[in-house]
Write a protein that binds this ligand. Structure first.
Ligand SMILES: Nc1ncnc2c1ncn2[C@@H]1O[C@H](COP(=O)(O)OP(=O)(O)O)[C@@H](O)[C@H]1O
Ligand code: SF4
Ligand SMILES: [Mg+2]
Length: 317
C-alpha cells in the first residue's frame, strides 16, 4: 500500500526578480515498508523535496501540488495538525549534524526536549526515554550530559538518527546521513539505519550522493535532475540497466561505483534549458529534445524514464 503519494509537486523560491524552480512536477509514491533512494548531483532539489514533505520551507516559497500521507493532503492541513505529524509520524534526519545540533545544549537535553515538546512528558520521563533511544542507536546513555563537540562525526550522526527515530515514525526522511563519514563509520551507520527501518517496518526516503549506500539500502531509486525526477526504477534495474542518458553517466562504471561528475555545466534552476533539461549535456540529443519537454515513459523493464529515446514502443504515464 502507498504510505505517501506526491502528485504534481512544485516548489519555487522567489529571489528578487528570479524564480528558482527547485522541484518541478514531482510525482512519487512511497509504499509501506519501502526504502526509496533519491539521488542526483548537488543543487538538483533533493533536500528541498525532503523538506517539502515535512512542510518545513522558508517564507519565500511557493508550493503547489499534493502530498498525500495516508490519504490526507499535508499541504492543506492546518499547522496545528502538521505539528502532530512532523516528528511523530514522519521523522527527518537533516543534512549536516554539526549544524543541526545545538552546540551549547547537552545531547541528552536536546533529545529530551523532543519528548517534552511532543508528548508533554515530565523531565524525568523524558530522560528515561532519552536513555532508551540512545541505547538503540549504540550510544552509552551515561554520555547524555556531554555536548555535541565531544562526539565524533559518526556518533553525531547516531544522535541525529536517535532524534529522527524518537517516536518510531512510519516514514523517515534521511538527508545524506553518511556524508563526510569514513568508510567504516559509514558502514556502521548504514547497518544501523537499515536494521532500525526494517525491524520496525518503517518506510524511508534516503537522500544520498553515495551509490554504495543506495545499493545497500534501497528498494527503488528516483534520479533527480534540475528539479525533476528523470528516472524511477528498482535498485536492480538502476544498477544493471540504467535507462536515462544522465543516469548512465552519473552511475559511472565499476569498480568503485561512485556517483560520477557529469561533463558539462549544471543547469540553472531559474532559467533551465528548454525542452529536455538535460539536452545541453546529452550526447544523444535530437532536435525535438531542444523544443519539447519529455514526459515520463514506462519501459519494458518497468523503469520510468523521462527521455524521448524511449518513445514509440512505450506508454506515456
Ligand atoms: N530558501 C531558499 N531560497 C532560494 N533558493 C533556495 C532555497 N533553498 C534552496 N534553494 C535552491 O534550491 C535548489 C535545490 O536545493 P537543494 O534541494 O538543497 O539541492 P540538493 O539536491 O543539493 O539537496 C538549489 O539551487 C538551492 O540553491
Ligand atoms: S530527451 Fe533527448 S536530450 Fe533528453 S536525455 Fe533523452 S535523448 Fe537526451
Ligand atoms: Mg541536499
Amino acid at each position: 500500500m502507498s504510505l505517501l503519494e506526491i502528485k504534481g509537486l512544485r516548489v519555487f523560491f522567489r529571489s528578487g526578480d528570479r524564480t528558482i524552480k527547485a522541484n518541478n512536477s514531482i510525482d512519487l509514491e512511497v509504499m509501506d515498508n519501502e526504502i526509496i533512494g533519491i539521488i542526483g548531483e548537488t543543487g538538483c532539489g533533493k533536500s528541498i523535496l525532503g523538506r517539502a514533505i515535512m512542510t518545513l520551507l522558508s517564507d519565500n516559497t511557493e508550493i503547489n501540488g499534493k502530498i498525500f500521507y495516508k490519504g490526507e493532503d499535508l499541504l492543506s492541513l492546518p499547522e496545528s495538525k502538521l505539528r502532530t505529524i512532523r516528528g511523530k509520524s514522519i521523522g527527518i534526519i537533516l543534512q549536516n549534524p554539526s549544524a543541526a545540533l545545538n552546540p551549547v545544549l547537552s545531547i541528552g537535553d536536546q533529545i529530551a526536549e523532543v519528548f517534552q515538546y511532543h508528548e508533554k512528558m515530565s523531565k524525568q520521563e523524558a530522560k528515561m526515554k532519552t536513555a532508551g533511544i540512545l541505547k538503540m542507536v549504540g550510544i552509552d546513555p551515561n554520555r547524555m550530559q556531554e555536548f555535541p563537540h565531544q562526539f565524533s562525526g559518526g556518533m553525531k550522526q547516531r544522535i541525529m538518527i536517535a532524534m529522527g527515530m524518537a517516536f518510531s515514525p512510519e516514514l523517515l526522511i534521511a538527508d545524506e546521513p553518511t556524508k563526510g563519514l569514513d568508510p567504516e563509520t559509514k558502514d556502521s551507520i548504514v547497518n544501523l539505519l537499515r536494521n532500525l527501518v526494517r525491524s520496525k517496518n518503517m518506510s524511508m526516503i534516503l537522500i544520498t550522493h553515495d551509490l554504495d549506500v543506495t545499493e545497500k539500502m534501497c528498494d527503488r531509486v528516483a534520479v533527480m535532475y534540475a528539479g525533476e525526477i528523470i528516472e524511477l526504477a528498482s535498485i536492480n534495474n538502476i544498477l544493471a540497466a540504467p535507462r536515462h542518458p544522465y543516469t548512465k553517466v552519473l552511475l559511472g562504471s565499476l569498480p568503485n561505483k561512485g556517483l560520477r561528475s557529469v561533463p558539462g555545466e549544471s543547469p540553472s534552476l531559474s532559467s533551465p534549458p528548454s525542452g529536455c533539461r538535460f539536452h545541453p549535456r546529452c550526447v544523444h540529443a535530437m532536435d525535438e529534445c531542444k523544443k519539447d519537454h519529455p514526459p515520463m515513459l514506462l519501459t519494458e523493464i518497468g523503469t520510468e524514464v523521462r527521455c524521448f529515446l524511449y518513445k514509440g514502443d512505450q506508454d506515456q504515464i
